[in-house]
Design a protein around this ligand. Structure first.
Ligand SMILES: [Zn+2]
Length: 261
């Protein structure tokens, strides 16, 4: 179950599958920041054309709402790939290059990524006290970055997939994710469940691509024991979330954060 919290004028979502006494997680809405149209208002993307001062102020507001400091936060330059990185306290305040999944077992080290339709996947291993965060747009989904994040937690922390809890956060839903014949072909090449995650083709050869189901199935194939899906489309809820597709590319990015308390 997804639930909303508000602090310092910011609103963010949390998830019942992640024990809030042990895990600090938040998917921020776009509300409560200082940026102007089309980045209104809590934009934390620094590569979208927004004023860097506003981005810095928004980022500080976000950290303030969670009571964390910038030197405790690790982020990455997201490139729609499947490269993963294990990070620790020493990486606080840094940006990991070219990486779409981060994992850590260090307490008070918070993983941050930026989204506007791509799927945020939050991972928690209660047994080994470790967390992960993956960025899975359609390209990352085809490259199976979510599975790569689970495998990284197995390799680094000895996680058993059946113990893991996963959250598929707010992101573009099958309702709004129409893809053309080229992407349809790529899905068939990349995924064993293409028939399930694509709708039947319309006369123009387009189909709806269900990224939620694709990532759910990917987690299932890894053996992940508990999977929560927010079932909340960013493109259908543009008052609350930035949507790349809904805004035809001119928009901000919202933050997803997870860490061990
Ligand atoms: Zn939608």
């Amino acid at each position: 179950m997804m639930y909303q919290e508000r602090r310092n004028g910011l609103s963010y979502y949390r998830f019942a599958s992640l024990d809030s006494t042990l895990v600090a997680d938040a998917i921020f809405t776009r509300q409560g920041g200082v940026s102007d149209i089309p980045f209104d208002s809590l934009n934390i993307g620094s590569t979208v054309g927004d004023d860097p001062h506003n981005v810095a102020q928004n980022t500080a507001l976000m950290f303030g709402a969670l009571g964390i400091s910038a030197d405790q936060v690790v982020t990455s330059r997201q490139v729609h790939g499947r490269h993963t990185a294990r990070v620790g306290r020493v990486h606080g305040g840094t940006v990991i290059p070219d990486c779409d999944a981060l994992v850590t077992d260090a307490p008070s080290t918070f993983l941050l990524m930026r989204f506007a339709d791509c799927v945020p996947v939050l991972l928690w291993d209660p047994l080994h006290a470790a967390v992960g965060l993956a960025h899975a747009g359609w390209q990352g989904t085809l490259r199976q970055v979510t599975a790569a994040a689970v495998e990284k937690m197995q390799d680094e922390f000895g996680a058993y997939p059946q113990d893991l809890r996963a959250v598929i956060g707010p992101s573009i839903g099958p309702c709004c994710m129409e893809v053309g014949p080229e992407v349809v072909a790529l899905v068939h090449d990349a995924l064993p469940d293409a028939e399930q995650v694509l709708s039947s083709l319309n006369p123009g050869g387009h189909a709806q691509f269900d990224l939620w189901q694709a990532n759910y199935n990917q987690l299932l194939r890894c053996g992940v024991g508990l999977i929560e899906t927010a079932d909340y489309c960013t493109c259908c809820h543009q008052q609350e979330f930035f949507s790349h597709r809904g805004s035809r590319g001119r928009t901000g990015r919202f933050g997803a954060i997870i860490g061990l308390r």
